[in-house]
Design a protein around this ligand. Structure first.
Ligand code: TRP
Ligand code: SF4
Length: 325
């Protein structure tokens, strides 16, 4: 029997290179060995972006298109929209009965977001319970493994603690522990050297046109110490060099050479990187535009995913009620 993987992403906008490097590329690989369930977690998006709720339905379609263009295969994996499977909310309710408030209030990811995000009021009841819904997502499918970024580790830890508390309170071994699968890929920073994020407008999107990619690369920050063309550069202090390491590792040596010997200027270096990225993203872009033309097909895929997901979810909820009542 194959083990089950669950992961989710919030539909908050177009996906970018960071999503590919940090998550999707490993999801695609995991499909080979696991039964995978991938959720477009729109309730989680609403928790943060409840004032831009009208954008969510378009973002869901875009996300499904981006996923499939990247190689998420609905023939192999279950791809579905969280709000279409109401059992997620049912399990969230059940788990919230047994989750101590202190666990949520101490959650470092929660505290950081309250501190960092000033443009939205996140002091809500739902947002405090964000990890409880995430635990429900995972436990509903009895997932054994959850691929995530490092920032999500506290949430997986909480999922395990909630599951253990459930088992303890109801004297059962119903839930098994899930483990996190951390992506090993080096962190890819945005065009300006900060974290790549839609809100910083420093991302290269998977859906960007060739022209958009070239324009963005042209404006990338480079080694601040390399002022003149004749100055030797410092690849390890240049964010652009990191892109070579991630997307064209076989060229990194040659780039290091021309940079430190001042044999090429940053303008040339950028033009070559732009070519690399345009080529790298080409298959994704082509598949994307094919799916883009057929929204009915995307809706069919999501409906099929809903059925499969709900099939599992309904069984789990029935079993859980059996345990509790
Ligand atoms: N909180 C996750 C994030 O922002 C998204 C998410 C929701 C998730 N439910 C999940 C990830 C379940 C893994 C498993 O990245
Ligand atoms: Fe960065 Fe390339 Fe310029 Fe070197 S030549 S500083 S690697 S952009």
């Amino acid at each position: 029997m194959k083990k089950t993987v669950f992961s989710g992403m919030r539909p908050t906008g177009k996906l970018h290179l960071g999503h590919w490097v940090g998550a999707l590329s490993s999801w695609v690989e995991l499909q080979k060995k696991y039964d995978c369930v991938f959720g477009i977690v729109d309730w989680h998006a609403l928790m943060g972006e409840y004032e831009q709720s009208k954008e969510i339905s378009q973002n869901i379609l875009d996300m499904a298109i981006d996923w499939m263009a990247c190689g998420i295969d609905p023939q192999k994996s279950i791809v579905f929209v969280q709000s279409q499977v109401p059992e997620h909310l049912e399990l969230q309710m059940i788990l919230s009965c047994i989750t101590p408030l202190g666990w949520l209030e101490r959650n470092p990811t929660y505290k950081e977001q309250l501190r960092e995000i000033k443009t939205r009021d996140l002091q809500t009841y739902a947002f405090l319970g964000y990890p409880v819904l995430q635990a429900a997502d995972i436990l509903l499918y009895k997932a054994n493994a959850v691929p995530i970024g490092e920032d999500q580790l506290p949430h997986i830890e909480l999922t395990r603690e909630i599951a253990r508390r459930f088992n303890h309170i109801y004297k059962t071994d119903f839930f098994t522990d899930c483990e996190a699968i951390l992506t090993k890929t080096p962190r890819l920073l945005g065009l300006d050297g900060r974290k790549m994020s839609k809100s910083y407008q420093n991302a290269i999107n998977l859906s960007d046109t060739e022209e958009a990619i070239r324009k963005k690369v042209k404006n990338m920050f480079t080694d601040p110490k390399r002022v003149k063309r004749s100055d030797p550069g410092h690849p390890d202090e240049c964010n652009l060099f990191n892109y070579y390491e991630v997307f064209a590792p076989e060229r990194a040596k040659e780039v290091r050479h021309w940079c430190t010997k001042a044999e090429k200027g940053c303008t040339d270096c950028k033009m070559i990187l732009a070519d690399v990225l345009v080529e790298y993203l080409k298959p994704i872009r082509e598949k994307r535009s094919k799916f883009e033309k057929n929204h009915d097909h995307i809706r069919d895929v999501l409906e099929d995913g809903r059925k499969k997901a709900q099939n599992i979810a309904q069984k789990t909820i029935a079993e859980i009620k059996e345990v509790i009542f």
